[in-house]
Design a protein around this ligand. Structure first.
Ligand code: AMP
Ligand code: MG
Length: 499
């Protein structure tokens, strides 16, 4: 297939992934759409990538629908495999996405620029290659909210509506998301080559990934070992961050696990309201495989799949020791995750020391929240207020629990611990507010904003929610409604894959 016609000036795109062998990807242009219209442009992100937003407003509808590309784009779809809900699928790949190229951002980091929903590819299987506006707006908002929360994530640059219908259970408006990520290399990309016994392929991908993401880990003689170690470290950090903000990815398949350590592939993801480790929102996750509290175990499982894909290379690197090295490294994952989690939770609770008893104090709060059906985000956020407002603040905090007495007992214990040492209350409260968000993309807020935008063409609620989520740690005048837990009438919530 010939690349599409071009439009406008070059964007400074490069194509390092295409230095890999031709069977790593397929070269093809996006499929055109009928009536592209750019409805959202992330101007701060455009700036960070070194692009003028005027230019993107001028050409974005054509560029980011894939109808006409900048002259230096070189569109490809990437091959990968993956374990989906525990079942290995040897051939997945970008079934509805096209990588336009890579750009070096203002901080010198290489970033992929990818269209999602850009039409059929050789990896589409039975899919139509398209996305519809609801899930596209959801990914745009949630990924940017995650970024503002300080969680490593792919970003969203633009949303273009296509003017074409997308057929799911209903007829829906089509859209294309422009996604920016450190890369789109997944655990499933390694698995793709391993499943074909293509060890030179695994090796090339491994070298490329180390160069791109972990240059400091490039120990020449043991690259497989280095990559495994680096990804395990990064993944442990990432999952700890998810847990700390109450995020549930929803589809932690190995094809949705980026080797860069960023959150990618926002589908039926959602944030937890009241604390409950068994929380599942995804309509297709019948057994709760990807429940909030299962995420550490699933991430560990995914790291095992990665290690298996690397095992023959680990064995070549250190003959007779591959399996043992793999087991030793994987055994570290739960510890690393726990360490990361504990460190973050200590900060959230204003615990400045490293008392081994902190872990139990934190666990007891979670237990209290669970039994008391307390809101995870607000319970943590309002803890700082208790330090500043005395008895009044204590009563208000305890009122967030169904069992205020148990909450009060925990609070007394916590106050005794935090006041034992360290800076004064105002300093501590400030530090806590800097790590406990007040605003998260709550399901009911997001659903209301999405239905207004998609069904009524009323964009104000979406834009307002987006705006508030840009500074989630800062209390914002007149935006109280955005911090509230769902109303009592908001029942069981489900999210859908949107494929
Ligand atoms: P996901 O569940 O979105 O991570 O997608 C899993 C796999 O299905 C990936 O290979 C996607 O590219 C592919 N896929 C998802 N939706 C579509 C679609 N509408 N058309 C073609 N392929 C799709
Ligand atoms: Mg995916």
């Amino acid at each position: 297939m010939l690349p599409s016609a071009t439009l406008g000036p070059a964007l400074g795109l490069s194509h390092s992934y295409q230095s890999l062998p031709a069977h790593f990807y397929s070269r093809l242009p996006p499929e055109p759409v009928s009536k592209p219209e750019m409805v959202l442009l992330n101007e701060p992100l455009a700036h960070a990538l070194g692009w003028e937003s005027d230019l993107l407003w001028r050409f974005g509808a054509q560029w980011f629908s894939g109808n006409l590309l900048p002259p230096d784009a070189s569109p490809i779809a990437l091959a990968y495999a993956g374990d989906q809900f525990g079942q290995f699928v040897p051939q997945l790949g970008d079934g509805r996405a096209i990588l336009l190229g890579e750009v070096i951002d203002r901080q010198g980091r290489r970033q992929d620029v990818q269209l999602k929903g850009s039409g059929r590819t050789p990896y589409s299987r039975r899919g139509d290659g398209r996305a519809w506006l609801g899930p596209v707006l959801r990914e745009y908002l949630v990924s940017e909210a995650m970024f503002a929360l300080g969680v490593p994530t792919s970003r969203s640059l633009a949303v273009v509506t296509s003017g074409d219908p997308v057929f799911r259970e209903q007829v829906l408006p089509g859209a294309v998301l422009t996604r920016v990520a450190a890369s789109h290399i997944r655990v499933g990309t390694l698995q793709y080559f391993a499943a074909r016994n293509d060890w030179p392929g695994v090796r090339q991908l491994l070298d490329y990934t180390l160069r791109r993401h972990y240059p400091e880990w490039q120990e020449r003689d043991k690259p497989a070992c280095s990559l495994l170690q680096a990804v395990i470290r990064q993944q442990a950090q990432l999952i700890a961050r998810w847990l700390q903000v109450g995020f549930i990815h929803g589809v932690m398949n190995t094809d949705n696990t980026a080797l860069s350590g960023e959150t990618i592939d926002y589908g039926p993801c959602a944030f937890m309201d009241h604390y409950d480790p068994s929380t599942v929102f995804s309509s297709i996750d019948h057994w709760g495989r990807y429940a909030y509290g299962n995420q550490p175990a699933i991430a560990a499982w995914n790291m095992w799949r990665m290690a298996e894909a690397l095992l023959p290379l680990l064995e070549t690197e250190q003959p007779g020791k591959g399996k043992r090295i793999m087991q030793e490294m994987l055994a570290l994952f739960p510890e690393l995750l726990q360490e990361n989690w504990l460190q973050g939770m200590r900060a959230k609770l204003g615990l400045s020391g490293k008392d081994p008893a902190d872990a139990q104090l934190i666990e007891r709060l979670l237990e209290c929240m669970y039994r008391g059906r307390a809101d995870y985000t607000l319970t943590l956020r309002r803890l700082a207020e208790v330090l500043l407002t005395g008895a009044e603040g204590e009563a208000a905090w305890c009122a967030g629990f169904r069992d205020p007495l148990a909450a009060r007992r925990w609070l007394a214990e916590w106050l005794a611990v935090v006041r034992r040492d360290g800076p004064d209350d105002a300093l501590r409260a400030n530090a806590m507010n800097a790590v406990n968000p007040l605003y998260i993309p709550r399901n009911y807020l997001l659903e209301n904003a999405l239905s207004a935008a998609v069904e009524q063409g009323e964009w104000q609620p979406y834009r307002q929610l987006y705006q508030v989520l840009q500074t989630p740690f800062q209390q914002q005048e007149g935006q109280d409604t955005f911090s509230q837990p769902p109303p009592a009438t908001w029942g069981e919530y489900q999210t859908f894959c949107g494929t």
